[in-house]
Design a protein around this ligand. Sequence first.
Ligand SMILES: Cc1cc2nc3c(=O)[nH]c(=O)nc-3n(C[C@H](O)[C@H](O)[C@H](O)COP(=O)(O)O)c2cc1C
Ligand code: SF4
Length: 571
Amino acid sequence: MEIRSRMLSSRLHRGQQETATRSSLVRAGAVVGAAVAGVAARDVWQREHAILRNFPLLGRMRFLLESVGPELRQYIVASNDEERPFSRDQRRWVYASSKRQINTFGFGTDNDYEQSESLVVFKQSPFPETAPAKGEPGAAPDYALPAAKVLGAAHHRRGAFRAPSLVNISGMSYGSLSPVAVQALNRGAALAGCLHNTGEGGLADAHRCGGELIFQIGTGYFGCRDEHGHFSLERLCQRLQEAPVRAIEIKLSQGAKPGLGGLLPAAKVTEEIARIRGVPAYRDCASPSSHSAFGDVDGLIEFVERVADATGLPVGIKSAVGDDAFWERLAARMAATGGGPDFITLDGGEGGTGAAPLAFSDHVALPFKLAIARVYPVFARAGIGEDVVFIGAGRLGFPDAALHALALGCDMINVGREAMLAVGCIQAQRCHTGSCPTGVATHNRWLMRGLDPDIKHARAANYIVALRAELLSLARACGARHPALIDPDRLEVVSTPYDSTPLRELFGYEAEWPLLSNGRRIEAQELIGRPATRPAPGPVAGEHAGFPGAGDPSRSHMDARSRGETASEAG
Ligand SMILES: Cc1cc2nc3c(=O)[nH]c(=O)nc-3n(C[C@H](O)[C@H](O)[C@H](O)COP(=O)(O)O)c2cc1C
Ligand code: SF4
């Protein structure tokens, strides 16, 4: 009896213990569940990271993998320079710059310096230019870097102007980019003091957030077409009343899909997009492969002049580079008539797009550097190299690539996908599907919610400013105050085995190219800081170099400062 009652009580005890364990597990589960729900709610409501906002909890995996990525990749996957279109190092630089985090890299290069197939090397000057002092043009915090040439000056356009920023935002149409992305870019452009190209999708409300614009006219004439789809000068002039448009760009082609029109599927042609483009809603919206307003070089020049006369604005063209004869004819006719485009935007075959067939993206049009080296000399030889402003695009949104382009004759740089990275793009390469996970290239409401323009516009501006800052400092290292003063002699291309070729020789540039008249040289110098005073050799020379008394023969030259003992910077 006693044994039975003891067994009963022990069973009861075990039962109580199990119940207690179960209820503590339930409690622990509830606490964990609440914590997870709390983190998920926080992810949904925070505004810093689009990927977390759109994919609560799951998005954290990306940050985790990113943080341990370098260690993992050493054993498993690709190097920091392998991925395309933008390598991990390039993306890291854009992300860090856009968040104003440390954008320098430690421990030295991970490029295989001597075994590279085509490593571009800048030959630094023994006497680098000094940085502008605080408050001078080109100094922090906005690193102002105006273009060296004036848009529309050569053709005496009424609205000729000097672009306040040599770096500007490339045309990416409203429709291929989301309204929030366009808004972030436009506000970013206003903050960074640069121009924002509308792309060929017309002018949306998101383009009217303060940033100055270049209005792009594509083959569909969206925003400036009549009811038959033909160009309408009257509608163009109406558009110009509605926003701060400073110049007009006629798009002949784009690097990622030259010679090909475009199609916005019916589902994406919302009421708003239909209104902006001037097309019927929810019907396929096609842009033809070529213009109906002109069909040859003379027609193009006449069209440019007609638009420039009516609007007073500088008018340019955008094109990828294929047929050589077109450029020869254009330069010859421009030289003969004194008219034609004020600027030429050259897009490299490596350029981006919302969607294109692989064969077009991979195999049509020259890559940017070959493109500029093909076109610039044609205009230089025709005697109008100085009159045209050359703008480059095609992965040029990095200081080295931008300076390389300038050395080959470019005057300004456009950044497209790099600016997308700055506002949150993670290079998922799903822009054509409408399900961009970061809200940059989609019209899905939930996904767009992730991209907060209040935060991301500052990121776009920070990136542009950081690019200007490093472009300026790279030029200074090469002995030039303004990057436009860098010529091809400053660059060499290293290739295996232990070979290297000067850029000028590689691209066959003549001794005086890119042309920059003395007057324009002086002008460019004066756009940044103050002229460097280089005193004659003597005691004061030491003072000038920043070593007080270093030129004084009574002092030892190797004082503490010149040995770098007081240097406080890392590296
Ligand atoms: C999503 C997307 C949309 C684009 N839309 C246009 C456009 O409407 N008009 C145009 O001329 N180029 C367009 N482009 C091309 C860019 O303006 C740019 O020339 C090209 O991407 C090269 O610059 P990047 O390497 O800095 O991106 C688009 C590019 C992307 C990625
Ligand atoms: S789909 Fe990918 S590559 Fe395209 S914008 Fe979105 S994040 Fe960037």
